[in-house]
Design a protein around this ligand. Structure first.
Ligand SMILES: Nc1nc2c(ncn2[C@@H]2O[C@H](COP(=O)(O)OP(=O)(O)OP(=O)(O)O)[C@@H](O)[C@H]2O)c(=O)[nH]1
Ligand SMILES: [Mg+2]
Length: 422
């Protein structure tokens, strides 16, 4: 009996890719598979010029690895790359094993971990969009069976095709329903966001498992789930945080990034990642104990571009300082500009991190401004960005005393009459 909880991992190393990079990809796939609740019984990489059109990897190669792991009776083949519908079908038919790809593993994890209504809707949307071009897989058996029974007459062969059309319509309808619901949820969040506009927002971002939630908990006592698993966090959690000088900020912990995040998921998680786009400062958490950390930094920056957040100021926070040998740490840190080193676990240098954040965000001064009556827009903007202490309507303009942050000052500098430190 094949065991559907046991999986063989397959990677294909194409000519241009270094073998060690592919090995790292398979390591990551093994962690994803583990998070998805399956046991990995073998990992294999084939060197190839290009993917096999029918089976993605070579047919002989797949036969060999299935034989090698036969004693464990694995029921699933997991491919490190996205499979086309026909490759998927061919593999399942030929080897009588379930074939899934990395995207499906990630979708599955997101499905299992989604708690809020919003996260569930977003995962559903991603699943539907992933399914749409792959319906053939589900219905091709209809064509085969009916085709055989009717001696392969043209009409009978079309049965599966018709069913696919019906299903496509159903899926498209569900997609539009889910999208509508998401817009509703998004509108509610937008209202909440506008209500807390003046407080500075900081968002923790980084590769999955970098230690974002551990740091978040240390800073806020929020008790967010921390696990040595990929994608422990799928929801954004937000808390108010008091800094030592008495000012508040809003801190959010969010979903971890991963390389080659399925594009359906990026699209549907835009709403979750809205907090990232809205942030005044991003804390990019990096697991400095991971040999692959440079790659992960690149991958995170790529996702930031995809979600339009690459221009937001970013601090690189090198985490897990306690886990790295001091000599290696020195090498790794030397190559970075102004790094902030912390251990979220032991608490080392967390106070230093908070001071830097405070300095960056709250470098505020009190200003007296005189804004001409014709500049109502500037007055509105000032109300939005600054703490207003006094307003006087004079003949030649509005005289306002306000506390303005350094980075917002450029909008108002030409109206400043005087300033004082606070
Ligand atoms: N040694 C050490 N381990 C840490 C540190 N920070 C986090 N960890 C561990 O790293 C693992 C992942 O931590 P999380 O806080 O869940 O990581 P995350 O970035 O929130 O991960 P996702 O939510 O999955 O994206 C856990 O096993 C933590 O205990 C640290 O400073 N030192
Ligand atoms: Mg987390």
């Amino acid at each position: 009996m094949l065991d559907n909880n046991k999986a063989i991992l397959i990677g294909v190393c194409l000519n241009k890719i270094e073998f060690s990079k592919k090995e790292n990809c398979l390591k990551e796939l093994a962690r994803l598979t583990d998070t998805a609740g399956l046991e990995v019984v073998g990992q294999f990489i084939q060197n190839r010029q290009r993917p096999d059109a029918a089976f993605y990897a070579g047919k002989g190669f797949l036969e060999k690895v299935i034989n090698e792991t036969g004693s464990e009776f694995p029921g699933v083949l997991i491919f490190d790359n996205e499979l086309s519908a026909s490759q998927n079908r061919n593999i399942e038919k030929e080897f009588e094993l379930e074939a899934i790809d990395r995207t499906e593993v990630i979708l599955n994890i997101f499905h299992e971990h989604a708690r809020s209504r919003e996260a569930q809707l977003q995962v559903r949307l991603a699943e539907l969009q992933y399914q749409l071009p792959r319906l053939k897989k589900l219905w091709s058996h209809l064509d085969r069976e009916k085709g055989r029974a009717a001696g392969m007459s043209g009409a009978a062969r079309g049965m599966g095709e018709k069913q696919i059309e019906v299903d496509r319509r159903i899926i498209r309808h569900e997609i539009s329903q889910v999208k509508k619901e998401l817009v509703k949820v998004d509108r509610q969040k937008e209202i909440q966001r506008n209500q807390r506009d003046k407080i500075k927002k900081v968002c923790l971002i980084g590769y999955t498992n970098a230690g974002k939630s551990t740091l978040f908990n240390r800073l806020t006592d929020a008790g967010v789930l921390v696990e040595d698993k990929l994608f422990a966090t799928l929801e954004t959690t937000t808390r108010k945080l008091k800094l030592s000088k008495g000012r508040d900020l809003i801190l959010s912990d969010t979903v971890g990034f991963i390389s080659d995040l399925p594009h359906h998921l990026i699209a549907s998680f835009r709403a979750t990642l809205q907090d990232v786009r809205d942030a005044d400062l991003l804390l990019h958490i990096i697991d400095i104990s991971d040999d692959n950390f440079e790659n992960y930094i690149e991958e995170v920056n790529k996702v930031l571009v995809q979600i339009d957040a690459e221009k937001i100021p970013q601090f690189m926070v090198l985490n897990k300082l306690d886990k790295v040998d001091p000599i290696i740490l020195k090498e790794r840190v030397n190559s970075r500009k102004k790094p902030i080193l912390v251990s979220a676990k032991s608490g080392e240098n967390i106070a230093g991190l908070l001071d830097l954040i405070d300095d960056k965000l709250h470098n505020a001064k009190k200003y007296k401004l005189l804004i001409p009556h014709t500049e109502q827009k500037t007055v509105n903007n000032l109300h939005k960005l600054a703490d207003i202490e006094n307003v006087d309507y004079l003949e030649n303009g509005v005289s306002i005393i306000a506390v303005i942050n350094r980075e917002d000052l450029s909008h108002f500098v030409k109206y400043v009459v005087s300033s004082e430190n606070i």
